[in-house]
Design a protein around this ligand. Structure first.
Ligand code: DX5
Ligand code: ZN
Length: 236
């Protein structure tokens, strides 16, 4: 297992004060930031792009994890690298050839990940798992912050954990969408390492919210310590 980490999703921040939000995220002890890039084609929403990332890169040393929800992301890997991201996560369905897109990401010395929409099975990554740094399980349909966690996603996380264990791979599992105090414990218990949180971080007091999320996540992780398999409860 990797260290449990809460990654604020900047999409839910107040865009009129991104610098202030980032300082609070750092003060609360986070080391990574999740950046949702949407193009209005692959998903219905449009967010921000490389110019904004380039600006916030100047004021932060956080690890920037870009979640690309854009058509044919292979066209933009170099652009995002130049803007200052540290890792790129792609959707298989958005690429012409997702294996070669993963290779491109790696060639730019970035961490590489695949994300699975709620309807995309875990099995779809079994042949590329060894080339991944992370797998991101979507617990909402990609497109918007503030949606409700899709029940049952914890079983999918457990399946991914199982697949990695069977292959002897040490890939980070993230979960993205509707992660709040109410849902964070069960996804940690199912085997998630990275918890992407939008609304749960930015609605209200950012520092306080992050600390509460960490507390809840670490309690869940502690409870499963010593169990033979953290995701046993979610098999089947
Ligand atoms: C959805 C994005 C998520 C989202 C998370 O397409 O990938 O990162 O912003 O926001 P919450 O935690 O509010 O669901
Ligand atoms: Zn995301």
């Amino acid at each position: 297992m990797h260290k449990i980490e809460v990654l604020p999703s900047l999409l839910a921040a107040d865009f009129s004060d991104l610098g202030g939000a980032i300082r609070k995220i750092e003060a609360a002890g986070c080391s990574k930031l999740h950046l949702d890039i949407m193009d209005g084609h692959f998903v219905p929403n449009i967010t921000f792009g490389p110019a904004l990332i380039g600006s916030i890169r100047k004021i932060s040393r956080l690890f920037f994890q870009a979640h690309l929800m854009i058509d044919r992301p292979e066209r933009y890997i170099e652009t995002f690298k130049r803007a200052g991201v540290d890792g790129i996560i792609i959707h298989e369905e958005s690429c012409c050839n997702f294996r070669s897109t993963l290779e491109t990401i790696r060639a730019f010395k970035l961490k590489a990940g695949i994300t699975l929409k709620p309807g995309t099975p875990v099995d779809s990554i079994k042949d590329v798992a060894k080339r991944l740094d992370y797998i991101l399980i979507m617990s909402v349909e990609p497109g918007f912050s503030g949606q409700a966690f899709i029940k049952g996603t914890e079983r999918k996380i457990a399946q991914a954990r199982e697949l990695l264990r069977n292959k002897g791979l040490n890939v980070i599992i993230g979960v993205d969408g509707g992660i709040k105090l109410k849902t964070i414990g069960k996804v940690v218990k199912a085997g998630a390492d990275e918890l992407i949180c939008g609304e749960a971080v930015f609605a209200g007091d950012i520092v306080k919210n992050i600390k509460s999320l960490y507390k809840k996540a670490n309690e869940a992780a502690k409870r499963m310590n010593g169990e033979e398999s953290p995701c046993k409860a979610y098999r089947k």
